[in-house]
Ligand binder design. Sequence first.
Ligand code: BTN
Length: 320
Amino acid sequence: MRIKDQIIEFLKETDHYYSGEKISRHLNLSRTSIWKNIQELRKEGYDIAAATHLGYRLVSVPDKLSIREIKSGLDTKFIGQNIHYFETIPSTMEEACKLGLEGASEGTVVIAEEQTKGKGRLGREWNSPRSKGIYFTLIIRPNLFPTELPKLTLLTSVAVCEAIRMLTGANAKIKWPNDILINQKKCAGILTELNAEIDCVRFVTIGIGINVNEDISLPETAVSLAKASSASISRVRLTQEVLRRFETLYVYSLNNGFGQMIESWKSLSSTIGSNICINDQYGSITGRAVDLDEFGGLMIENEKGQIIKRMSGDVVEVSR
Ligand code: BTN
C-alpha cells in the first residue's frame, strides 16, 4: 500500500484525532514527511483537521470514485482488485476492451467520473454527467460458451438490483433483460460486450451505469436513486456493494450452475407475469411474459397460446 493510502487507512480507524507521532512510527517516516503527505491528500480533496498535541482527524473524504476509496474496505478476492480510474473518458467500454486485449486480469474495473460518449444498449447513448452517476466496466474471463453469456447479464442485473435495494431501501425491479427500474423508471442499465472465437470466450466486458445523484439531466423515463429514495447515497459504497455481490454470484454460479441466480432474477423481475410488447429486429410481439428459458431468453405467450422466445429486444410492460 502507498503511504497516502496507509495514512488514510489510519485516519479512518477513528472519529477522533490520530497522533502524528503514532502514524510516523507505524510507517517509519519522519513527522515532516507525514505532514507533506497530508498536504497532498488535502489537495486531492480530503478534509483533514490538524491540532497541536492531538494529531490529525479525517473530517471528510472527497466524493470521487477513486481507486483508494473503492479499494478501502473492499473485501472481494478478484473483482475490483485492479482498478483503472479516469476523470473523464469517452466510454469505459472501449478502454476495457483495449485492456482486455492487452491481457488485463479477470475482475479488472475501468471506472470514470464522466463519460463523453457513454454507450447504452441498442446503439443508444448513456448520459454520464461528471460525478453524478456511477459508470464502470468490468472485465471477466469466464470459461463459458458464447451462447451462455446472456446469463452473465442477468447475473449482473441481480447484483446491481440487490445492491440498490440494500443501500436505498427502494423497491428496485429488473425489466428484462437488464434494466433496473424504480416505480417503472430506469435507474440503472447494463451493457455486455463479448470478445470471442466461434466456440470460446476470450473475455467479456460488462458495463454498468447507475443514475445516483442526477437531477435535471435525465429523460422523463429515467430516475436517479437520490430522487427515487430521497436518500443520500454514497457512490463509493454502492460501487463496492455491486462488486461484492457480483463476485459472490459469479463464483457461486460458475461452481454450481446458474439455477439459483435465475430464481433470484425471477423474484426481482417486473417483466415475468406482465403483459408486454417486445420489439426487436424481427418485429413486434404482444403477449404475456411467462418465463425465462435456460439461456436467459424471454418466453412470451401470445394470444393464440403459442410460446415465442426472444434473446434480445426492447420490452414495454403494458400491465400485470
Ligand atoms: C443500457 O442501455 O441500459 C446500458 C447502459 C450501460 C451504461 C454503462 S456506463 C459504463 C459503461 N460505459 C459505457 O459507455 N456504457 C456502460
